[in-house]
Design a protein around this ligand. Structure first.
Ligand code: DX5
Ligand code: ZN
Length: 220
């Protein structure tokens, strides 16, 4: 069975009680940190000073998702502050391969994210340059939206390319992941699941356990 990871998104956490909210997801694999800049997406969250504090206190390593313009300029800073993985958007980077190499050289896992409207084709051959691919299953910007099942063919394209190349790149999904949709994504080849409202909408530890169980039946 392929390893599966549950990465709760703190976008749905209580931002004035972040330390407790981070403690509440100790059983998670990574904590997903959504950075938004009001340019790449129509929402604004946090920047390096807050992410640095999260990095300092979180018992779980950081999976930073950058929904920001000019990723080439800003992404390395998140690797430098110690994030375990840094994922930038393909649509926001002038040179995704150079940026991924830079992130890896700093010591972070390098991830590339694709908005729903961005096709996989240009990135399939580039897979060895990345440690993870994030297939967005909502339009980035907000938590609590509905899962786009029509992204599953894109996920399958990446899963097929991964097995053809024989590499261990993680396939992540983000947006609308619940106990009802996680199996659909796992079936299509995802192994890393971001969930915001589904985790923080209840008792986080219980929700994480329920998501693990729901995903496990569909592992590749
Ligand atoms: C959306 C963010 C997601 C968000 C997911 O743009 O990238 O990480 O927190 O929230 P849910 O799980 O509620 O769809
Ligand atoms: Zn995200």
């Amino acid at each position: 069975m392929t390893a599966q990871r549950i990465n709760p998104s703190i976008l749905s956490a209580d931002f004035v009680n972040l330390q407790a909210e981070l403690e509440a997801i100790r059983s998670a694999d990574l904590v997903h940190v959504d950075v938004m800049d009001n340019h790449f997406v129509p929402n604004l969250t946090m920047g390096p000073p807050i992410v640095e504090r999260i990095q300092a206190v979180s018992p779980v390593p950081l999976d930073v998702h950058l929904m920001i313009a000019d990723a080439d300029r800003w992404a390395p800073g998140y690797a430098e502050l110690g994030a375990y993985s840094v994922t930038f958007h393909a649509e926001a980077a002038a040179d995704p391969v150079a940026l991924a190499r830079k992130l890896r050289s700093i010591g972070a896992r390098a991830g590339i994210a694709l908005k729903p409207g961005t096709a996989a084709d240009d990135y399939l051959e580039l897979l060895p340059e990345f440690d993870q691919v994030l297939v967005m299953t909502v339009e980035p910007g907000f938590g609590g939206q509905s899962f786009m099942a029509d992204m599953m063919p894109k996920l399958r394209q990446f899963a097929e390319a991964r097995s053809k190349l024989g590499i261990d790149v993680w396939l992540q999904v983000d947006g609308g992941i619940t106990v009802d949709t996680i199996g659909i994504a796992a079936e299509a080849g995802a192994d890393t699941f971001v969930a915001g409202s589904a985790v923080y909408g209840g008792v986080p530890e219980d929700r994480i356990a329920e998501l693990r169980t729901a995903a496990a039946g569909h592992s590749h």
